[in-house]
Design a protein. Structure first.
Length: 229
């Protein structure tokens, strides 16, 4: 844990409402992007309630603002170029995506601390399933050590990519619960292409958890860091 950051400082004002939404089925990416943009503008312009939206997408790739064309190995699924930070990532069934539309101006206008708190949210959620997730200073996201693969091997279990407009956050995190990990082979995930770094999921680690169980853990740990939902 980064000792220079106080993870309790992102709790919202006690009177501010926050909507917690869980969508069933697969949500098309364009529809989700439109909803995020609309809600963020409403929060900024009209004081609409903040939103944390949990969902799954059909298989697709997204390219962030730092994505390089060479990192798209095979366009096996639709590719969406978006304004979030980061490089290429994959979304698909079995992956819990959480989009956060939070008013950081009211909470805490500090992007570095916000990203670190998102990492902490994932790490604490994983700990509920006895998985030790770790952050890396030079690699965004949350990682799991895999000594059974060899010394120094690590797999990424969760990705983070955000955008902020007028201090309202968009996009968020993607936690691998039980996606088809072979779908990641069409890209260089998040620009990390060293052989000792791969991708994993909770089920790949031998934990047959349900999405509902993950959602419960996410909500509990969210409230510890960000306040009531």
């Amino acid at each position: 844990m980064r000792s220079d950051l106080d993870f309790g400082l992102f709790a919202g004002p006690a009177t501010a409402p926050l909507e917690w939404r869980v969508s069933d089925g697969l949500v098309p990416y364009a529809a989700a992007l439109s909803e995020m943009e609309t809600r963020a503008a409403q929060i900024s312009d009209h004081g609409e309630s903040e939103l944390v939206w949990l969902l799954e997408h059909p298989p697709l790739y997204t390219a962030g603002t730092s994505a390089k064309a060479s990192e798209l190995i095979e366009a096996r699924f639709p590719v969406h170029h978006v304004g979030r930070g980061g490089q290429f990532t994959y979304h698909g069934p079995g992956q819990r995506v959480a989009y956060l539309m939070l008013d950081l101006k009211r909470r805490r206008p500090d992007l570095r601390a916000y990203v670190a708190t998102l990492e902490e949210w994932i790490i604490r959620t994983l700990a509920r399933f006895n998985v030790r997730g770790e952050r890396r200073e030079n690699r965004i996201g949350v990682w799991v050590r895999r000594p059974e693969k060899g010394e120094g091997f690590e797999d990424k279990i969760a990705a983070i990519g955000i955008r902020v407009k007028r201090w309202v956050s968009l996009h968020g995190i993607a936690l691998n619960v039980d996606p088809d990990l072979s779908h990641f082979s069409g890209i260089v995930p998040c620009g990390v292409n060293e052989a000792r770094y791969g991708v994993t999921s909770l089920v790949d680690l031998g934990l047959p958890v349900t999405m509902a169980e993950v959602d419960m853990a996410l909500r509990k740990e969210f409230e510890e860091l960000f306040g009531p939902a």
